[in-house]
Design a binder for this molecule. Structure first.
Ligand SMILES: *[C@@H]1O[C@H](CO)[C@@H](O)[C@H](O)[C@H]1NC(C)=O
Ligand SMILES: *[C@@H]1O[C@H](CO)[C@@H](O)[C@H](O)[C@H]1NC(C)=O
Length: 286
């Protein structure tokens, strides 16, 4: 039985093929297009009005976004007293609305730094986050506001851990600070994930080949009504091409022609003589 397709059926199938192709393409394109639109506003406030902020600082801050979901805490024993330091990236770590880094001792909370005055800078494999405008010192450092500095070092495979208190510098007249450190993969140098032109071309080529085979297969099967191997697109062309390639390879790669014409026998035959005889042996009827 042969299938007969009328014009309407044929058109419907062509449309079905075209729309599935469009669907496939959009599935590939959607992640590429949505990647750039993730631009949520962080609560950290850099120095200066919106337009006067440093682009470099804003870019770095954006990089810290994944850390905002985490809270960090570390305990420090100093003599009889036990202090707990709590830290959040661009969020309130304690009871103070702007307190990004706070110290608690029993029930007493002291704000070490507020994220409404954030400074941030970086090097190859580290980021330094500074919160200023903490609570004022009572006696030290000319009674200035406290400052918290958090050094974030590169550690692959972790979003954020090992938050530690390093120490407090309060012997200076001004610019005292509390220093902390932690590890995170976001401080790591960006690996160049961009594909080279060569690999893009290869991917495009193989995708086109795949689309060619799938669409051609469906076309041969559904529209032409082919069976078996004939379902592959341009089957006879590829079959011919395969045969031609094999012939070509045979011609180029074989050191000696398979059916040596008598005319080529001559020079060097004495060396080849035995070998030729051996090779012909199997052709003789036993
Ligand atoms: C940050 O907030 C505190 C109160 O929480 C306020 O006293 C201070 O002036 C603010 N600093 C800036 C730079 O907005
Ligand atoms: C600091 O961060 C920016 C923004 O992510 C980056 O372009 C720059 O290369 C970093 N600086 C160093 C020294 O790695």
């Amino acid at each position: 039985m042969t299938l007969k397709w009328n014009d309407r059926q044929e058109r419907r199938i062509t449309w079905a093929l075209l729309s599935s192709l469009v669907l496939m393409l959009s599935v590939v394109m959607v992640p590429v297009l949505t990647e750039e639109t993730n631009n949520n506003k962080l609560k950290c406030d850099l120095l200066g009005d919106e337009e006067e902020e440093s682009n470099r600082e804003r870019e770095l801050l954006q990089k810290l976004t994944p850390l905002t979901s985490l809270s960090f805490s570390t305990d420090v024993q100093e003599g009889q007293k036990k202090y707990t330091y709590k830290f959040k990236v661009c969020g309130a770590a304690g009871n103070d609305t702007n307190g990004g880094l706070v110290q608690t001792e029993v029930d007493k909370e002291t704000v070490i730094g507020r994220f409404n005055e954030t400074h941030i800078y970086n090097g190859t494999d580290w980021i330094m986050l500074v919160y200023k405008q903490g609570d004022k010192y009572n006696n030290h450092c000319s009674k200035e506001e406290r400052t918290a500095m958090v050094m974030i070092s590169c550690l692959t495979g972790t979003l954020g851990k090992n938050f530690h208190f390093i120490g407090e510098e309060r012997g200076k007249e001004k610019n005292c600070f509390y220093l902390f450190e932690m590890d995170s993969s976001i401080a790591c140098p960006k690996v160049d994930s961009h594909l080279s032109l060569g690999s893009i071309l290869l991917i495009v080529f193989f995708s086109l080949v795949a689309v060619y085979i799938i669409v051609g297969f469906l076309y041969q099967r559904l529209v032409v009504g082919a069976k078996g191997m004939e379902q592959y697109p341009n089957y006879s062309f590829w079959k011919d091409l395969g045969n031609l390639t094999a012939d070509g390879c045979d011609f180029v790669c074989r050191s000696k022609p398979r059916n040596e014409p008598a005319a080529y026998r001559g020079i060097g035959d004495d060396q080849l003589g035995e070998e030729t005889e051996e090779r012909d042996d199997h052709l003789l009827p036993m």
